[in-house]
Design a protein around this ligand. Structure first.
Ligand code: BG6
Length: 516
């Protein structure tokens, strides 16, 4: 039966005792150097996020933003461009008066990342700006550049002597993807390690900063009633889904080389898995939490090479309809090769081989052009051990499910059985539904910017964890790429829930994916 039909009226949860002291922490003074200031990320996300923090009073009083890129701009050009970007991306917070106050903190240094003279120029310019804005020697380098040039910029900064800390902090933010396989991620870590220590490196995965992802640890470890059943004795399996309605958009250049496993699984999905599967850390501290995550990655059973098909299904979207509108196949998207074998969908079965999770499958799936935008983690509990209603009830009783909804409607759903009123023996599945009754105040970018300024690495990926995730995925990716072109890549129509082969992955074990 369709879950929508099964579930009767929902019981809403409301906040009974909010904690009053919780607010957004205020970071201290800081100068942020944005590499790639003319790029898409800086325009669409980064500058608007810094501006929004400023407009809402969360930036320190003393701050500066120094944009760097190849464009022959000066400070005035940069400010004008960024004003347009902010107006477009953060119209609700924009006002000319606020912008004028914000823009006084923006500067621009032009240069080519391959040119040593650029780093010398930047190095010479920064102290004046930092003195003017009294940023206490605190500096953040934000890599809003293609991952292919990370190493070059990191090397340039190191060789120019700009990675050291002198009175304040020096931090560097890089965004996923951190390399494209185990070897390249090693190279990147090694390049970073030449000039920066791990405590200076902030590897950002914006999924970790989503509100209900941060909530996973609170939910698990600030309640005593869930943890006792959070294990192989009670959990049948776990489903982690990140489905997108968007196609490849204008990112074919990157996506063609990445595909869904590098783009979504290596960091986003495996990070979610680690939060669900990890043991309680001894303290709510960045390194204690990251230790536990790494242990989960270490415990993931390698996928047997000869039996890949039983563990992994990939697919690519064909033409289809999204909200009634025809959309092209992936291979007909601009910039995509007509014979592309890049997967836009993957489903995977993983096992965490440890005491808690032995034998419990974790099913992960993610795809583009799916019917609904959703990110959620479903903990599917086992059926009751003894069916005392057998012979009285016609239907089988659906086991309990707990769903952590990450987006778009952040919240938590608990499905359970209740007696249907008036009937002697009739059960209804009901839904207890907790929704965050507020629009999220900090988006993921704003959260990580604040945490980076505060020096809190909890929501950032540590080198050992990153390496382990590549160890899990690299053999899978290599194997799939080695047979690309020789075997037919399963296709799914845009707007559908993925290839039929992905259903078979669960059906073999008598399970099915949650409806999208
Ligand atoms: C990015 C991927 O990391 O995450 C994109 O590169 C994907 O391909 C995006 O679309 C999804 O993020 P969100 O926050 O929209 O779910």
């Amino acid at each position: 039966m369709d879950p929508a039909e099964r579930v009767s009226p929902s019981a809403k949860c409301s906040v009974v005792r909010p904690h009053e002291v919780c607010g957004i922490e205020s970071p201290g003074p800081c100068c942020m150097v944005v590499f790639g200031a003319s790029g898409d990320l800086a325009h669409r996300k980064l500058l608007p996020s810094i501006y929004r923090l400023f407009a809402r009073g969360h930036m320190p009083d003393d701050f500066a933003v120094v944009g760097t890129a190849m464009e022959p701009w000066d400070d005035t050009d940069y400010r004008a461009r960024m004003r347009d970007a902010v107006k477009e991306a953060a119209p609700e917070d924009y006002s000319d008066e606020k912008w004028a106050r914000f823009a006084r903190n923006l500067y621009y240094v032009q240069g080519e990342f391959a040119d040593d003279a650029f780093y010398a120029r930047l190095k010479a310019r920064l102290p004046g700006i930092e003195a003017e804005h009294d940023t206490h020697g605190n500096r953040i380098y934000y890599m809003a550049i293609p991952p292919t040039v990370y190493e070059q910029v990191v090397k340039g900064l190191g060789e120019a002597g700009m990675s050291s800390e002198d009175g304040g902090y020096t931090r560097i933010v890089i965004e996923k993807p951190f390399g494209r396989d185990l070897e390249s991620s090693h190279r990147l870590s090694a390049a970073l390690g030449v000039s920066f220590t791990e405590s200076q490196i902030y590897r950002m995965d914006h999924y970790l900063a989503k509100e209900n992802v941060q909530n996973i640890l609170m939910f698990r470890f600030a309640n005593s009633i869930f943890e006792p059943v959070w294990n192989r004795q009670y959990v049948d399996h776990v489903q982690i889904t990140v489905s997108e309605t968007l196609g490849v958009e204008h990112r074919a250049g990157y996506y063609e080389k990445a595909g869904v496993l590098r783009d979504m699984f290596q960091s986003h999905l495996l990070q979610l898995l680690s939060l669900v599967a990890m043991e309680p850390p001894s303290a709510f501290e960045a390194d204690r939490v990251r230790d536990e995550k790494t242990k989960v990655f270490t415990s993931i059973r390698p996928i047997p090479e000869g039996r890949l098909g039983q563990y992994v299904v990939v697919g690519q979207y064909g033409a289809g309809k999204m909200s009634g509108k025809a959309v092209p196949a992936y291979r007909d998207e601009p910039g995509v090769a007509k014979d592309s074998d890049t997967p836009t969908y993957a489903a995977m079965m993983l096992f965490v081989d440890n005491w808690r999770w032995s034998g419990v499958p974790f099913y992960l799936r993610s795809g583009k052009r799916m019917p609904r935008r959703a990110a959620e983690i479903a903990i599917q509990f086992k059926p009751v051990p003894h069916m005392m209603f057998r012979g009285v009830l016609e239907e089988t009783i659906e086991p309990n499910t707990l769903v952590l909804r990450v987006q778009p409607d952040e919240g938590i759903d608990l499905y359970f059985q209740t007696k249907t009123p008036d009937s002697k023996v009739c059960l209804s599945e009901v839904l207890m539904d907790f929704a965050y009754e507020r629009t999220v105040r900090l988006d993921a970018y704003e959260r990580v910017l604040i945490d980076c300024m505060l020096g809190d690495q909890m929501l950032f990926v540590r080198a050992d964890g990153e390496e382990k995730t590549w160890e899990i995925l690299t053999p899978v990716i290599e194997r799939l790429e080695s047979v690309a072109g020789t075997t037919e890549l399963p296709s799914y129509p845009a707007g559908s829930a993925g290839p039929a082969e992905a259903d078979a992955l669960l059906a073999r074990e008598g399970r099915r994916w949650r409806e999208l």
